[in-house]
Design a protein around this ligand. Structure first.
Ligand SMILES: [Mg+2]
Length: 225
């Protein structure tokens, strides 16, 4: 048991599959790291408009997208946006995280169940860490293709690469809190953000999405807190 815990602690900080994938993205698939939409946090997402455009469900990363890293409760300021999302998409929301629901670190699903109990959103169990793997488990859960789903996350080389590779609409948020994040993760995040901004400035475009030619239509000012 202690070995599983140790592996989980190290693995959640250093994602080797992620590093290998990042090098490949850097060398030949830079557009995969570019999100369709960039927002400060999920309060800026217009869920109603996305539903109107034909999207059938929303997949959230967990850490630093809807909770603080390693926390099991929603980050206070974004909980109203989660409620709005629920009112639009109903049960068609899920968490797809490298820290909860991954069989490697949560073999009996107890962490995922605990998170589901706290935030009221289904946590999809899966075998492969983002950005590797396919959207198979997610498509099975929602009963539709990934192109009808939205992937929301805070990491370009993890959440966005996974989402774009599988055909999701990808929305990148800024991290909610850097305080709990390990030093090495903060440095990697800085590098990712630098590269993405540089590629955007150089005119590189995200891959197009059939349901939404202009994804910026789905961004709005958030209601006051
Ligand atoms: Mg995250």
């Amino acid at each position: 048991m202690w070995w599983t815990e140790l592996k989980a602690a190290v693995g959640q900080r250093i994602n080797m599959e992620g590093i290998v994938s990042s090098v490949a993205v850097f060398v030949r698939d830079r557009h995969l790291a570019l999100p369709h939409v960039l927002v400060p946090d999920i309060r800026y997402i217009d869920w109603t408009e996305l539903h109107r455009k034909g999207f059938r469900g929303v997949v959230f990363d967990k850490d630093n997208t809807i909770t603080a890293p390693y926390s099991l409760t929603l980050w206070g300021p974004v909980s109203s946006s989660i409620d709005r999302c629920k009112s639009v998409f109903g049960c068609d929301m899920a968490v797809f995280s490298n820290s909860s629901g991954l069989y490697e670190y949560d073999h009996d699903g107890s962490k995922a169940r605990k998170l589901e109990g706290k935030i009221g959103i289904k946590v999809i169990r899966h075998r492969v860490k983002k950005p590797a793997g396919t959207a198979e488990e997610i498509e099975k859960h929602f009963g539709c293709q990934a192109s009808q789903l939205i992937m929301v996350g805070d990491r370009p080389f993890t959440d966005v690469v996974f989402g774009n590779r599988s055909g999701f609409l990808t929305i990148l948020t800024e991290p909610l809190s850097l305080a709990e994040e390990p030093f090495i993760v903060r440095q990697v995040r800085k590098l990712e953000v630098y590269l993405v901004n540089r590629w955007f400035r150089r005119g590189l475009k995200p891959i197009s999405h059939a349901l939404i030619p202009d994804p910026t239509e789905c961004v709005k000012d958030p209601p006051p807190l």
